[in-house]
Write a protein that binds this ligand. Structure first.
Ligand code: MN
Length: 258
């Protein structure tokens, strides 16, 4: 099995190394990842500057490529260039931090998996749903390897990836695996305004989670991971809001002035 490992936390991130180690037993692993932190860069791709694949080594001396591109660029460069188009699976992660609910719109981790699917490679994203500096990488790494073994015989429908979130607990404390829907996560107080030494304002984006419980509907990733379960959320490239179609079709377009 030929597997591409990428991420958005950077090629030397702990989570990527744990993932590479776990997947090495399944076959040939190629690592192509951003040379630096690219979290929350979404699905950006690089069109206006040259992209590089710089050979580097991970902490165990194994070869990898660091790229100046985005996570999505890394998925493309990894599959089409580093692997010459011969790729059976792309795994993006293990991200340090949750990618739950609406987070997927910002997530470089999930976007790299989506980009892989766009260019035809089966893929999933995996994250540990915690900002704790101490992460139990083994739990997510072991689950990612299990999933990578299972997927080839159970291919996902077209244009679909899996978004996996793992609670930050040892493997023995996981309370099972849940197939979930995308929950809601919204941030409040997103802009922090400060003043620089010259008296000019500057800003930090961020904010805290708004009433996470309100977004934790039963069956959602947000709820299940909070309950200590590993979540599997299928994500489709088609973002059409099907529930809005009937209402829009009722509109009398002919009389609408343009
Ligand atoms: Mn990240």
């Amino acid at each position: 099995m030929r597997i591409l490992v990428t991420n958005d936390d950077g090629v030397h991130a702990d989570g990527l190394f744990a993932l590479k180690e776990a997947l090495a037993a399944l076959g040939e692993v190629t690592v192509v990842a951003p040379e630096r932190q690219q979290s929350a860069t979404g699905h950006a791709i690089t069109l206006h500057k040259p992209l590089r694949l710089s050979p580097t080594r991970l902490r165990d001396g194994s070869p990898a490529f660091a790229s100046n591109g985005t996570p999505s660029d890394c998925a493309t460069l990894g599959v089409l260039e580093a692997m010459g188009g011969e790729c059976d699976l792309v795994v993006s992660g293990i991200n340090h931090g949750p990618n739950l609910g609406w987070d997927v719109h910002y997530s470089g981790t999930v976007s790299a998996a989506i980009e892989a699917r766009v260019i035809g490679a089966p893929s999933f994203a995996v994250s540990v749903a915690s900002w704790d500096p101490e992460i139990q990488w083994e739990t997510a790494a072991r689950f990612a390897a299990r999933l990578a073994r299972w997927l080839p015989a159970h291919p996902l429908p077209p244009f679909t990836i899996l978004n996996v979130n793992v609670p930050n607990v040892p493997p023995s404390e996981v309370r099972g695996v849940a197939v979930t829907t995308q929950g809601r996560r919204q941030y409040v107080d997103r802009i922090e305004r400060r003043t620089d030494p010259l008296g000019r304002p500057y800003y930090w984006l961020g904010g805290s989670l708004a009433e996470e419980a309100a977004g934790a509907e039963p069956g959602s990733d947000v709820r299940a991971v909070a309950e200590g379960r590993i979540t599997l959320t299928p994500i489709h490239l088609d973002m059409t809001a099907y529930s809005a179609l009937p209402q829009l079709r009722e509109w009398d377009h002919d009389s609408a002035a343009v």
